[in-house]
Design a protein around this ligand. Structure first.
Ligand SMILES: [Zn+2]
Length: 306
């Protein structure tokens, strides 16, 4: 068993090195773009990154529409999603990038970021409840423009946490591991796909731990990358939430719930890109039949790229 896993990890490392060197040869002149692609590639081997590609579509939770699937594959391969014309303006006046990151991780017009966040949060809450944890949700709402975010409580409160203090408050962030605004250096740490996630984790901890400790509890940040990579501390929290503590082989329930989280993350990202693209294209191409505006652009362009 140990030999097999040692050999597998050697094989995996060999493939990663081979792909990274191919990547370096393919865009040698644009160092920043190369570093961004390496971070993106490194983020694809996270704990929630690939279940959506492995699981049989047994029910709606584990099934994609063709358009959702095409968008997710394009994002994974770093090729343009082409659900709108790249470079055209979002409602917020910023440019829509060709991989949909503006919609999926930086712009909350139409509540996209809240929708993605809440979809994942609901599944984490279901996982906690199904394992007997007394979990209460605080969903973020988009409507409350006047809502004072500094007064916001953490997303999840659990009153019977099995480790250390029984009161545990958890706050979730979905973070893009790749930044278009960062200047990447030669330092290997700069291409660590967890770098921005850890930064977010620290922000959450600074924001909430004093409040939670004053109520006699403990705070845990839960930071998930948009490609499904997670930090070590997020993994420890998910291991408690997603595993049945009372049985001898908790791996099955853990795998099931991690798969469900992976699907909800990827599905909600694709859904937001589709619905925002539809709204955008309707504004841009209003004489066109709105139902056609999006469908054709996806089909034609993906074939051209594929
Ligand atoms: Zn925008």
């Amino acid at each position: 068993m140990h030999l097999q896993s040692a050999l597998m990890s050697k094989l995996k490392q060999f493939s990663v090195n081979k792909f990274t060197s191919q990547l370096k040869q393919s865009i040698p002149s644009n160092f920043q773009e190369l570093q961004r692609r390496i971070v993106h590639f490194n983020s694809l081997s996270g704990d929630l990154s690939s279940q959506w590609l492995n699981k049989c579509p047994t029910n709606e939770d584990f099934t994609f529409t063709p358009n959702q699937f095409k968008i997710l594959i394009a994002k994974r391969l770093s090729i343009p999603i082409h659900t709108y014309i790249p470079g055209s303006k979002c409602k917020c006046k910023k440019n829509l990038d060709e991989d949909g990151s503006h919609i999926s991780s930086s712009c909350n017009v139409e509540g996209s970021l809240h929708n993605i966040h809440n979809s994942v949060l609901r599944v984490i809450d279901q996982a906690a409840k199904s394992h007997g944890l007394n979990s209460t949700l605080e969903l973020v709402t988009f409507s409350a423009a006047t809502e004072d975010l500094s007064q916001k409580r953490p997303d999840i409160t659990i009153t019977n946490w099995p480790i250390q203090k029984s009161l545990r408050m958890i706050d979730l962030a979905i973070t893009n591991p790749v930044s278009k605004s960062i200047v990447y250096s030669n330092d290997p740490l700069s291409v660590d796909p967890l770098r921005l996630l850890k930064k977010r984790e620290l922000q959450k901890t600074n924001k909430y731990s004093t409040l939670v400790q004053s109520q006699g509890g403990e705070f845990s940040p839960l930071v998930i990358g948009t490609n499904g990579n997670i930090t070590a501390s997020t993994k420890r929290v998910l291991q408690v939430i997603c595993s049945n503590q009372d049985i001898t082989s908790p791996q099955f329930s853990y795998d099931y719930w991690m798969t469900k989280i992976s699907f909800s993350l990827h599905k909600s990202i694709a859904t937001e890109i589709i619905s925002r693209s539809l709204l955008h294209n309707r504004r841009q191409f209003s004489p066109l039949n709105p139902r056609e505006a999006f469908k054709d652009s996806v089909d034609i362009h993906l074939e051209m790229n594929g």
